[in-house]
Design a protein around this ligand. Structure first.
Ligand SMILES: Cc1cc2nc3c(=O)[nH]c(=O)nc-3n(C[C@H](O)[C@H](O)[C@H](O)COP(=O)(O)O)c2cc1C
Length: 398
């Protein structure tokens, strides 16, 4: 039986949290309610204890739970952290990394999907600070059930009323389902640039930061896949749960991909592989005069094309096309030429996509309309891409 944590904070919408507990229980989920100390001043924790059948957690320092570092233990157990209702304060604390009670500490300790249902007065909800906090949390991967417009407890009419419990439970169950949607599958992701050295101190490369590929690997892990990340040089922390192999050159990236490819069900080639390497790399630093004004280069191996040739019927191959112009035309050509199943195209240059935190991508399949995401954080974009990949894999299987 899946277990979730339901965070309850001190909004008047708190009375609806009882229905949220019931809704999750009816969907076959065990609910551990975690109230903020302020919420416990609005409603007795005993009400939630009796509904959930488990003692409601309020105080992070209360024994015996504190003796076993309860917030870490719960963080490891839960398939979802749902906060309904979420006050402006809780949203601000999550966005700022403040951990001063059980709920906000659990948020930092957990890697489970996070679903937040805000509830507050319209002025508080629309305040630029609250909206900035929501945008920050969305960029970090949290999902929201937007509040509704209607009569608010403060007497105002407007945005800020907690969404209906059924809508919150439905979205929560969808997120729980997604954590296992790639269970049993192996996903290979490539990320970052490659470096093709001329000598020990000079190389050919590109400005790829690896952020898109790392987010894709993180998403594959979050969906339960056995994830292999082949990464060129980046300054990023590898995603927890992925097996990360570091490489430098296109040739090394090819070797790592060929090794992982036979067991991969889905391959996402997000790395910006250098197209050229020096014909005659040197083992020692070359002087300016020695180098001269012309350097001979040769093409590096085309890893995507190679995997496209080796692809078995059950395997699914996703390529990336980073272009400065004629993006769709180039991406379509690449999709067909490389025998890929999907192509993710994005504009690069002029500060776009490379090394940024957000990306606007177009997803192209051999047939059907182009899916345009608009500008999203790379975290959100990775989710859209995997939703599309999963739908296409399912269609291919049928
Ligand atoms: C009766 C009452 C209702 C409240 N309703 C809300 C609300 O709907 N949304 C909100 O963000 N804050 C609301 N507040 C203010 C919060 O309770 C306050 O910001 C508190 O510090 C939040 O603490 P917590 O987030 O730890 O629960 C309300 C306060 C009171 C006294």
């Amino acid at each position: 039986m899946k277990k979730i944590a339901l965070g309850v904070s001190s909004s008047v919408g708190i009375y609806k949290a009882c229905e949220v507990v019931r809704g999750f229980q009816k969907s076959g989920v065990e609910v551990q309610v975690v109230m903020t100390p302020n919420a416990a001043r609005l409603i007795s924790p005993l009400l939630f204890s009796s509904l959930s059948g488990t003692k409601t957690i309020v105080d992070i320092f209360e024994e015996p739970l504190a003796r076993t570092v309860g917030h870490i233990a719960l963080a490891r157990e839960i398939a979802l952290l749902c906060v309904a209702p979420a006050t402006a304060n809780v949203i601000g604390k999550f966005a700022g990394g403040v951990a001063d009670d059980f709920l906000s500490t659990l948020f930092l300790a957990s890697r489970a999907p996070v679903l937040i249902a805000p509830a507050m007065n319209e002025a508080m909800y629309l305040h630029p600070q609250t909206q900035a906090n929501i945008a920050r949390l969305k960029a970090l991967g949290a999902e929201f059930v937007e509040p509704e417009k209607g009569y608010l407890a403060c007497g105002d009419e407007g945005w800020g009323r907690l969404a209906e419990p059924e809508a919150i439970v439905l979205e929560g169950m969808r997120l729980i389902g997604r954590t296992a949607s790639l269970k049993g599958k192996t996903v290979l992701v490539t990320a970052g640039p490659t470096r093709e050295h001329l000598d020990p101190v000079r190389f050919l490369s590109n400005p790829s930061s690896g952020k898109m590929g790392y987010e894709l690997a993180r998403e594959a892990v979050a969906r339960g896949a056995e994830t292999i990340l082949v990464s060129g040089p980046t300054s990023l922390v590898p995603p927890a749960g992925a097996r990360t192999e570091f490489v430098q050159t296109a040739a090394e990236m090819q070797a790592a991909c060929l090794k992982a490819f036979p067991k991969a069900d889905i391959v996402v080639m997000a790395a910006a592989v250098s197209d050229f390497r020096f014909k005659a790399p040197r083992a020692r630093k070359a002087g300016k005069i020695e180098i001269g004004s012309t350097l001979a280069v040769e093409k590096t191996p085309d890893i995507l094309a190679l995997l496209g040739k080796k692809k078995r019927p059950g395997q699914f191959l996703v390529g990336f096309a980073a272009e400065t112009h004629d993006i769709l035309a180039h991406a379509r050509k690449k999709l067909a030429a490389k025998n890929a199943d999907l192509m993710v195209a994005n504009a690069v240059g002029e500060g776009k996509a490379f090394a940024t935190d957000d990306n606007s991508v177009r997803i192209i399949a051999p047939s059907g309309p182009v899916q345009e995401t608009g500008l999203l954080s790379k975290r959100e974009a990775s989710r859209v891409i995997f939703d599309r990949v999963e739908a296409a894999v399912e269609k291919k299987r049928r």
